[in-house]
Design a protein around this ligand. Structure first.
Ligand code: ZN
Ligand code: ZN
Length: 266
C-alpha cells in the first residue's frame, strides 16, 4: 500500500487545486505523508511554473501547520534541468525533471501539446535528435545536479504514441538504457510516475526500463504526479500491479523524513 507520495502540484503552478484541498484529499485517501513539488520558476515556461518560490514555500509551510498531527506535509520542488533553483536547501527534496529542450537560443516544451511537439520537430533536421538530446540532458542532470528524485524518466515519449515523432527503435532503447544505468548507479531515487498511464498502458519509465531497474536490484518510488485533488491516487493501483508483474516486492516511501522500503502488499 502506498501511504506517501511526494510528486504533487497545486494551482500555484499548473495544478487545479489549492495546497489545502490537495492535503485534505491526501488525508481522506489515507496518506501519512504527502509532499508538494511545484514546478520551480523557469522564465521560458511561465505558464506551467510557479511565479514566486517565496509565496509557494510560505503556502506549503502554512498547510503543513494546518495539518499537523493528521498528515505530514513535505516541501519539495520539481526543478527544470535548464533552470535550477537558487537554493535547494530551502526544500526538503528536489525532483529533477526535463520538460524542455534548448535549440539555439530557443526553448521547446515537449510534454504539453502536439502543436509544441510539431514546433520542436520542425526545428531539427532529424527527429531522432530529440530523444538523443533528452537523454544527454538526463545523464548530465543526474551527475551534476544530483536530484533527490529523478522525475518521469522517459517523459520525452509522452506524446510519441505510435512513434508519431521519432522511432522508439533499438537505437532509442540503447540511449534510454545508457542513461538509465547512470540513474541506477546514482544515489538518486528513481520514481515510477503513474501519470504515464494517462497516455499509454505504462507509467514512466516504460516497461523495458522498469525491467532493467528490477534486474539491477534498484528500488523505485511510486509517485502520482497529481495535478488535481480528485486524482491523487489515480493510476497508482495499476502502477503497483505492473511492478508486481515485473517482480518487485517492495518500493521506497518517504515516511516522516526518511526513505523506507515497504512491501507492495503491506
Ligand atoms: Zn513533470
Ligand atoms: Zn510533476
Amino acid at each position: 500500500m502506498i501511504r506517501s507520495t511526494l510528486h504533487n502540484h497545486t494551482h500555484l503552478c499548473d495544478g487545479m487545486n489549492s495546497a489545502e484541498e490537495m492535503a485534505e484529499a491526501a488525508l481522506k485517501a489515507g496518506f501519512t505523508d504527502f509532499g508538494f513539488s511545484g514546478h520551480a520558476p523557469a522564465f521560458f515556461d511561465e505558464e506551467s511554473t510557479m511565479r514566486s518560490e517565496e509565496e509557494y514555500i510560505r503556502e506549503i509551510l502554512r498547510v503543513r501547520e494546518l495539518f499537523k498531527g493528521r498528515v505530514r506535509i513535505h516541501l519539495g520542488v520539481e526543478q527544470e534541468y535548464l533552470a535550477p533553483v537558487k537554493d535547494r536547501r530551502a526544500y526538503d527534496y528536489i525532483i529533477g525533471s526535463i520538460h524542455n529542450l534548448k535549440i539555439g537560443g530557443r526553448y521547446y516544451t515537449f510534454d504539453w501539446t502536439h502543436e509544441m511537439m510539431e514546433d520542436l520537430t520542425g526545428a531539427v533536421d532529424d527527429a531522432g535528435w530529440i530523444p538523443k538530446q533528452y537523454y544527454a540532458y538526463m545523464m548530465d542532470m543526474i551527475l551534476v545536479q544530483k536530484p533527490d528524485i529523478i522525475g518521469h524518466f522517459d517523459l520525452v515519449t509522452k506524446l510519441n504514441a505510435d512513434e508519431k515523432y521519432f522511432k522508439e527503435d533499438r537505437e532509442y532503447r540503447r540511449l534510454a538504457l545508457e542513461a538509465l544505468d547512470v540513474a541506477i548507479e546514482s544515489d538518486s531515487v528513481i520514481e515510477v510516475n503513474a501519470a504515464g498511464f494517462r497516455y499509454r498502458p505504462a507509467p514512466y519509465p516504460d516497461k523495458f526500463l522498469l525491467e532493467r531497474i528490477f534486474e539491477r536490484g534498484k528500488l523505485l518510488s511510486v509517485q502520482a504526479d497529481a495535478h488535481r485533488a480528485d486524482a491523487i491516487v489515480d493510476n497508482i493501483a495499476e502502477t503497483v500491479e505492473l511492478l508486481r508483474e515485473i517482480g518487485f516486492r517492495s518500493s521506497l516511501q518517504w515516511i516522516d523524513g526518511q526513505w523506507r522500503e515497504i512491501g507492495l502488499e503491506e
